[in-house]
Design a protein around this ligand. Structure first.
Ligand code: SAM
Length: 217
């Protein structure tokens, strides 16, 4: 076993299982994806540490536990079409691609989107489509989605996104101010666009969701 595999196994045992991540599919996905390949070479030794890391353009790869928690909350079973807002380096995208049928992901910073695409192509993920743009509009041509995950913090839940959920679909989104948020899970209960169940999961700190229905730049 090489040193990254060992570090990854330890990350799963201590940071995920040790903190209550119980969906085996999520821990298997996180065991399968080489997180160190999503960060700069100089940071690869820290890739399995219990923290977010910089990925350039003042953005971050999220802490492993937060990736696991958000993914588990989506309750994926393998047949879903998922929308991700905030591709970043593509690590969360890869985890979703392990667990769902198709993943569509939107990133507003072109250089990050291109690098993520290259990494994901090199790892052989063919069920991912990435586009550059403002994800707060969602992806209307591809809606509805069984799951939507937003990996940047919003001032409020964008109706553009809840409106693109399938019935029974789930949206996970950090909501709050620019420095701290609450991770919120929204489930669409019926065809009525505002028939939504909202649950608070935990406190969190994400970079800002910048766009028409997020924060202004
Ligand atoms: N999911 C990533 C990972 O696995 O490492 C982490 C993403 S990072 C915490 C949040 C990303 O959201 C940043 O790359 C940022 O540029 C992007 N972002 C912010 N506002 C956005 C918007 N309106 N549309 C698309 N991407 C956005």
């Amino acid at each position: 076993m090489n040193r990254y595999n060992r570090q990854r196994t330890r990350m799963i045992d201590t940071q995920l299982l040790g903190r209550g991540i119980s969906d085996e599919r999520v821990s298997k996905a996180m065991a399968a994806v080489p997180r160190h390949l999503f960060v700069d070479e100089g940071l690869q030794d820290q890739a399995y540490s219990d923290s977010p890391l910089p990925i350039g353009s003042r953005q971050t790869i999220s802490q492993p536990y937060i990736v696991a928690l958000m993914t588990e909350a989506l309750e994926l079973r393998g047949t879903e079409k998922v929308l991700e807002i905030g591709t970043g380096c593509g690590y969360q995208t890869a985890i979703l691609a392990e667990l769902a049928e198709r993943v569509l992901s939107i990133e507003r910073i072109a250089s990050l989107a291109f690098r993520a695409q290259r990494t994901l192509d090199s790892l052989g993920y063919y069920n991912i489509l990435i586009r550059v743009g403002d994800g707060t509009y969602g992806w209307t041509e591809e809606a509805p989605f069984d799951a939507i995950i937003t990996t940047a913090g919003a001032p409020k839940i964008p109706e553009t996104l809840t409106g693109q959920l399938a019935v029974g679909g789930k949206l996970i989104i950090p909501v709050g101010d620019r420095s701290s948020q609450t991770l919120v899970k929204v489930t669409r209960l019926s065809e009525e666009p505002d028939d939504l169940k909202t649950e608070d999961l935990c406190g969190c700190r994400f970079v800002a969701l910048i766009g028409e229905y997020g924060w202004k730049d």
